[in-house]
Design a protein around this ligand. Structure first.
Ligand code: SAM
Ligand code: DTB
Ligand code: SF4
Length: 341
């Protein structure tokens, strides 16, 4: 049997034990991860799909909605990010949205089939005060609509994590983004360890952890493997792992990066599925650059969540009707709201 969140942290915020035959490990070596990542593609996909079906017997895909509640003007230097104030990307700095506006968007998302609503703010860290109080109000409102509420607001203190939990926050997104080795080439204004500390605070507050990364930022295969390995070697696996393909944005230092190849995206997703069998693996940014076949391959490799809606935070996403048509013709069923919310 595998470990669960309870065995480490004493709170009941976690998945059931892994099914027979599925091992949940926390001691992956780089060589082992690389050996998986570099398998012949179809062998890797087969392996990942086999594990996927053992854990996710119903094989459904969760539809999530994303809203930028506070856009642009960010003090950080994340090389991929259109919202960093220092890069001239055309993204205007805006104020925090008002609570009713956010809840109107959440209501719409719910009607369109979302079961998870994620709110993003272009902040380095959360500051206590009226703005944080509004975010807590948004979290309560989203939960009252019967959706999972996720937020991504930058670094958190223990007491902020606790207050988010008390407001009903289901999950907190805070990505490692890349390997510890490559991290310094991408972000200098806060460290990899800062990120790990925020993740610990989220975990300790009893909020489920959403943590993943971005590929296509000039990293090596070993960097990708070390990112996944760092995620999988946490005491408790993240419950949610977003895999983003870089959306290169003009004005950012990574504007000229080549588009991520389908095969690389599929390998990354399949390896994430094998390393973290029980996690929701989310096919996140980058779907605009992928055709339908590529997206289906990602789902075959173990991705079981999509963001739908015409925008991610500031960049484009496929049309809602196109997404729905793809799911429909492929007979992919959306995950229903859970009963224990
Ligand atoms: N400001 C907060 C933070 O950085 O923690 C929260 C919002 S931030 C925009 C959330 C995540 O979006 C980043 O960690 C990164 O993984 C992803 N992201 C941002 N820009 C991206 C891009 N151009 N392509 C792909 N992913 C991106
Ligand atoms: C994540 O890993 N991907 C989402 C979500 N977490 C917040 C964000 C993607 C942002 C893509 C760039 C943009 O639209 O600004
Ligand atoms: Fe700011 Fe987040 Fe963008 Fe980094 S990723 S520049 S912290 S909004």
């Amino acid at each position: 049997m595998s470990d669960t969140a309870e065995s480490f942290h004493g709170h009941a915020h976690h998945a059931a034990p892994a099914p027979e035959g599925v091992t949940v490990r926390h001691d992956w070596s780089l060589a082992e991860v690389r050996a998986l990542y570099q398998l012949p593609l179809l062998d890797l996909v087969h392996k990942a799909q086999t594990v996927h079906r053992q854990v996710f017997v119903e094989n459904k895909v969760q539809l999530c909605s994303l809203l930028s509640i506070k856009t642009g003007g960010c003090s950080e230097d994340c090389a991929y990010c259109p919202q960093a104030a220092r890069y001239k990307t055309g993204v205007k700095a805006e104020k925090l949205m008002a609570v009713p506006e956010v809840l109107a968007a959440a209501t719409q998302a719910r009607q369109a089939g979302a079961t998870r609503f994620c709110m993003g703010a272009a902040w380095r860290e959360v500051k206590d005060g009226p703005q944080f109080d509004s975010v807590l109000e948004m979290v309560r409102g989203v939960r009252a609509l019967g959706m999972e509420a996720c937020a991504t607001l930058g670094m958190l203190t223990d007491s902020q994590a606790k207050r988010l939990r008390e407001a009903g926050l289901s999950a907190y997104n805070h990505n490692l983004d890349t390997s510890p080795e490559h991290y310094g080439d991408i972000i200098t204004t806060r460290t990899f360890d800062d990120r790990l500390r925020t993740l610990d605070r989220v975990r300790d507050a009893g909020i489920s952890v959403c943590c993943g990364g971005i590929i296509g930022m000039g990293e090596s295969v070993d960097d990708r493997c070390n990112l996944l390995r760092t995620l999988a070697n946490q005491e408790v696996h993240p419950e949610s792992v977003p895999i983003n393909a870089l959306v290169p944005v003009e004005g950012t230092p990574l504007a000229e990066q080549h588009r991520v190849e389908t095969v690389d995206m599929v390998r990354t997703i399949a390896t994430a599925r094998l390393l973290m069998p029980q996690a929701m693996v989310r096919l996140s940014a980058g779907r605009m650059q992928m055709n339908e076949e590529a997206q289906l391959l990602c789902m075959l490799a173990g991705a079981n969540s999509l963001f739908f809606g015409e925008k991610l935070l500031t960049t484009g996403n496929p049309e809602y009707t196109q997404d729905m048509a793809l799911l429909e013709k492929a007979g992919i069923r959306p995950l229903e709201p859970r009963q224990d919310w």
